[in-house]
Design a protein around this ligand. Structure first.
Ligand code: 13P
Length: 342
């Protein structure tokens, strides 16, 4: 019998576990590989991802699910094992990014709309057959100190997220709903107060649209940004980021949502872990709070690996360390001391 959406959602936010976002599009992974001077090919992308998914103890103990890209969900490792099977063997759930990227929104200069709804019903059915039990769709919300975002752009992105989420649930797939208010966008000089206001506005629109689309809140996961000042104007303390993020979420996210899994959005590795940990240490919340990090779980592993076979163990050690730090953060137990022990 198919697993219930609620059970899948709870599995994704199981105690001390979080999601590895490994769904970089071909263009994005190429940029990551350029930092280590590695050519991005089907084979190098496969080998890199297999290195992560084969990090046995970290995958088993700290990772609940892995978000894949369309290419990866169809790939087999060098030893012939499907990458989805490698993930499933560790006990984690395979997931899939189903959006087709953020494109300029007509008549809204500087803002985007995420595409990919056409044919989504059929694609979800295929992804289910390929083993995906959850999906991701990322809406990008531009932010500046005064004019952006527009109400129109926020609403249109919320509606697309809601239509995606309803289609996922129809297919037996848990939607991870990701409205990202950018930290590292341009101009990037907004205050934390401005991020708070825009994130509240965005999440209100998103939950209104989800209700209108009859999305079951018990069978979804929210993937938001933390409330934080722009990358070029970072001043807020850890305590302030944690306090404002929690306040924003408590005002906007219904308690029926089982879990909130944050994106890292360009924060430093340790910084993202510390923020998550301080929020979890603040006491029980209506929902589980965990991670769904891309860069903050992978950057150190890519650097340690460097695209060389002889560095696979070093790459896995770096990934295992970040996964461990975020496991501690999901429990509210991250410490600077643990961070320094590699
Ligand atoms: P980052 O943690 O690097 O922001 O990536 C998470 C993600 O999946 C963005 O869509």
């Amino acid at each position: 019998m198919a697993e219930r959406l609620e059970d899948i959602a709870h599995k994704l936010v199981a105690e001390g576990k979080g999601i590895l976002a490994a769904d970089e599009s071909t263009g994005t992974i190429q940029k990551r590989f350029e930092t280590i001077g590695l050519k991005s090919t089907g084979e190098s992308r496969r080998d890199y991802r297999d290195m992560l998914f084969s990090t046995k103890q970290a995958m088993r103990d700290y990772i609940s699910g892995v978000i894949l890209y369309d290419e990866t969900i169809r790939q087999q490792a060098a030893d012939g094992v499907a990458l989805t099977e490698r993930i499933a063997a560790s006990g984690a759930l395979p997931g899939i990014k189903v959006d087709a990227g953020a494109k300029p929104l007509a008549a809204f200069a500087g803002e985007t709309i995420t595409q990919g709804l056409d044919g989504l019903r059929e694609r979800l059915q295929e992804y289910y057959r390929l083993g995906a039990r959850f999906a991701k769709w990322r809406a990008v919300i531009a932010i500046d100190s005064a004019a952006l975002p527009s109400c129109g752009a926020v609403r249109q992105n919320a509606q697309a997220l809601a239509r995606y989420a309803a289609l996922c649930q129809e297919a037996g797939i848990v939607p991870v709903v990701e409205p990202e208010v950018l930290m590292d966008g341009k101009p990037g000089n907004h205050t934390i107060g401005r991020c708070y206001d825009v994130t509240v506005q965005t999440l209100r629109e998103v939950f209104a649209a989800l209700a209108e689309a009859r999305v079951k809140l018990e069978g979804m996961i929210l993937k938001p940004n933390m409330v934080i000042d722009g990358k070029g104007a970072r001043k807020a303390s850890v305590a302030e980021v944690a306090e404002k993020t929690l306040r924003c979420l408590r005002e906007t996210v219904p308690a029926a949502v089982p879990g909130i899994a944050f994106l890292s959005g360009g924060q430093g590795d340790a910084e993202a872990s510390e923020h998550l940990s301080v929020m979890n240490a603040a006491g029980p919340q209506p929902w589980k709070l965990t991670f769904s990090f891309g860069r903050a779980l992978q950057a150190a592993a890519i650097a340690a690996w460097g695209g060389r076979r002889e560095n696979i163990a070093a790459g896995q050690r770096a990934f295992a360390h970040r996964a461990h730090m975020n496991h501690l953060a999901a429990l509210g137990q991250w410490t600077e001391k643990a961070e320094k022990q590699t």
